[in-house]
Design a protein around this ligand. Structure first.
Ligand code: ADP
Length: 455
């Protein structure tokens, strides 16, 4: 009872520990919308930057185009004024064009689309430095309430003789670009809200997936507990069964007094049943070892003919009891080697040949080999009850037994073929079966041939 309690609390601990693994997918699920949000804002920022640069470039391009048109008309102020007004009207973004000429202490407006400023004189650091350093100056006016934001470019103008003669000041509105940015922001936020809504909807709808995941984990835990339980019970059964077998042997030998014939018959039945129980416990132990990956394999080069000679001569007693002929045709020496655990190989062949004897009522069991390329096939063929195609579908599954009139009185666990298949696969072999109901069955076990000294 105490042991059971201990095992439970340990499992519970395990379960709690493993459930923390759900934090990770949950974290991912919440991370996705957060990443979408961050990505949207980052993209918007990038868009705004690109937009600003584009507008700045546009301002510089406008300056380059106008400079040549305007510079040659500098001496005719009326023509210049007319040209400026025409250009300003043709472009919505172009807010103002002003031409200034240098005067003694500053710059005077020569022509401007803002006619109110005509003739006005300005002292400005930007004008002076554009003139003195002979370079373009671009300024983004600050955002103020009720006022449009503008890009201003101030650039010196040269006449056809490449003489610096005036300053050009262009004012380009950012209103259209800002409107486009705002529209993009609104669209992105709507798309973001819709995405998050669907993510949440999906989360809500599929929340039971988490329940299934927890359930699946619990099932695995329970399955592991079951394996542990089978393994523990099987081990515990081994000791009393060994004692029973020992005492039975002593009784048979007459240690406890003479056993009369009638009692012997009953005792033999007891012994046969103990052997069955022993085989069942062994099978259960193998199942739990294989399932938990605890079965040990001492792999080495094995002379398969030697193994089969030993197995067939040992098992021949059973065949003889049923008046069946068990024939083994070893390959001519030297017999090819395979890489396997000899004891496990023994177990595999005992099982398949044992089945052939068990499910055959008259006739024979033949064991022989075929070599195909670098593969060694061992064939176990019987003239037994056979199996239908339908019955063979689950042949290598755990606890599978074919139940019909012919098999009704044959004892078995349905574990032999599963264990055999698992062992063969673990030793890099293959196993398959062919059968015809009422005619017999053929089991083929295939292993790659190896050089004798493979380690
Ligand atoms: P069991 O303990 O029942 O023999 P196995 O896993 O060894 O378990 O075999 C599974 C089932 O396959 C058996 O119940 C039997 O119906 C069928 N079977 C196995 N070998 C043969 C055979 N050589 N001939 C006919 N049926 C067989």
């Amino acid at each position: 009872m105490a042991v059971k309690q201990f095992a439970y609390s340990e499992d519970q601990n395990n379960l709690n520990q493993k459930n923390t693994q759900f934090v990770y997918p949950l974290f991912l699920i919440f991370l996705i919308p957060v990443l979408i949000i961050l990505n949207t804002f980052w993209e918007l920022q990038q868009f705004q930057k690109i937009n600003a640069t584009e507008l700045q470039n546009k301002t510089i391009l406008a300056k380059t185009i106008f400079a040549s048109t305007i510079a040659d008309s500098l001496n005719e102020e009326d023509v210049l004024q007319e040209k400026i007004e025409k250009i300003t009207k043709s472009d919505n973004e172009l807010q103002e064009i002003t031409i200034l000429k240098p005067i003694a202490d500053g710059f005077q407006v020569l022509a401007s689309s803002n006619t109110a400023s005509l003739g006005a004189a300005y002292k400005s650091l930007q004008y002076s430095s554009a003139w003195a350093e002979d370079k373009d100056i671009t300024i983004l006016t600050p955002k103020e309430k009720g006022q449009e934001q503008n890009w201003i470019i101030i650039s010196p103008l040269e006449n056809s003789n490449s003489e610096k003669v005036a300053l050009l000041s262009l004012k380009i509105s950012t209103a259209d670009a800002n409107a486009l940015t705002e529209k993009t922001i609104t669209n992105s936020l709507v798309a973001l809200a819709v995405t998050i809504f669907f993510v949440l909807l999906l989360l809500f709808n599929y929340s039971h997936f988490f329940e299934y995941a927890v359930l699946f984990k619990k099932l695995k835990e329970v399955d592991a507990m079951k394996d542990d339980f089978i393994s523990m019970v099987s081990h515990e059964l081994k000791t009393p069964m060994a004692a029973i077998k020992g005492y039975m042997a002593m009784i048979f030998e007459g240690v406890a007094g003479k056993v009369d014939q009638k009692a012997k018959v009953h005792l033999e039945k007891v012994l046969a049943n103990i052997k069955r129980l022993d085989a069942l416990v062994d099978a259960l132990l193998d199942v739990s070892r294989l399932e938990q990956g605890r079965m040990q394999f001492d792999m080495q080069s094995v002379d398969i003919c030697e193994v089969l000679t030993a197995v067939t001569s040992e098992i021949d007693v059973q065949a003889k009891e049923k008046k069946l002929k068990l024939e083994y045709q070893p390959l001519p020496t030297p017999c090819p080697f395979i890489f396997a655990d000899p004891e496990r190989l023994d177990q595999v062949f005992e099982n398949i040949i044992g089945n052939a004897i068990k499910y055959t009522f008259k006739g024979s069991i033949s064991v022989y080999h075929r070599i195909e390329e670098d593969q060694l096939k061992t064939i176990i063929q019987d003239t037994g009850i056979g199996m239908s195609k339908q019955d063979m579908k689950d042949l290598f599954k755990r606890f599978y037994r074919i139940r019909n009139e012919k098999t009704a009185d044959i004892p078995g666990t349905g574990l032999g073929l599963w264990i055999t298949k698992e062992i063969v696969l673990k030793m890099n072999g293959q196993i398959y079966a062919e059968s015809k109901e009422g005619i017999g069955s053929i089991f083929t076990i295939v292993f790659p041939i190896v050089k004798e000294n493979k380690k």
